[in-house]
Design a protein around this ligand. Sequence first.
Ligand code: CAA
Length: 258
Amino acid sequence: MAYECILTDTRGPVGLITLNRPDALNALNKQLMDELTDALMKYEADDAIGAMVITGSSKAFAAGADIKEMQPKSYMDVYMEDFITANWETASKVRKPVIAAVAGYALGGGCELAMMCDFILAGENAKFGQPEINLGVIPGAGGTQRLTRFVGKSKAMEMVLTARMMDAEEAERSGLVSRIVPVDDLVEEAVSTATKIAELSRPSVMIAKESVNKAYETMLRDGIMFERRVFHSLFATEDQNEGMAAFAEKRKPAFKNR
Ligand code: CAA
């Protein structure tokens, strides 16, 4: 598939995906989401890739779903094509870690896409918001659910009901983003963080990701039981043996991803 709305680049063990519709502030239209899904699935299947980064421009990660594309749709259109859910959730479904590197606007579907990633690094100028209420709709790609879990009911409710944007500092304070990085360093910092992850034992990284997501997606007791079981399962890997032996022998582990 030739890409027109995204750019892809392999940086060592990291797949870097750049949303690239500058004239529309990276608004997420069908073509872009099809291309993003294709790129994520290719990196997911590529043994040389251990982690991925999704980023946009310094002005916009993405200013939301493409309003001009959505505007003529009827209820029957969005219902029959399962609009938004059809392939929008790929970033949350891949098993390898995905980092969102967000500078500028992450609004509506853009904020939702960032929240589908495993964590968000924010440029100092990042602005997060769910302004769909201004369009006579509501967030449709998980925003009401994920934002509430990230920042709590009060802030999420205010943002969803008033369209107020959150800047990078507030987003970090509220737990929406893991760290703030100068905009000029954002992509390099995200790639270097992803590289560190990609160099670790792949099964333990994938199971760690699955376990943190359990905390986020299930009730505590179920999550703790899940964690214990998958923790036990890692003792069936060679990497567990190697990682612990290397610690005891004061050397760097040589993980084999099995
Ligand atoms: N869809 C389609 N086009 C968009 C867009 C979007 N979400 N956001 C921006 N654009 C386009 C603008 O129409 C404009 O195009 P033209 O030059 O052809 O007019 C271009 O991008 C630049 O935008 P602005 O001139 O508006 O730039 P600005 O700097 O003045 O404002 C902004 C920036 C505040 C982000 C403003 O563009 C804006 O409010 N955008 C819409 C944000 C929004 O409502 N997002 C939610 C979409 S609905 C959704 O996402 C549903 C869901 O849950 C999945």
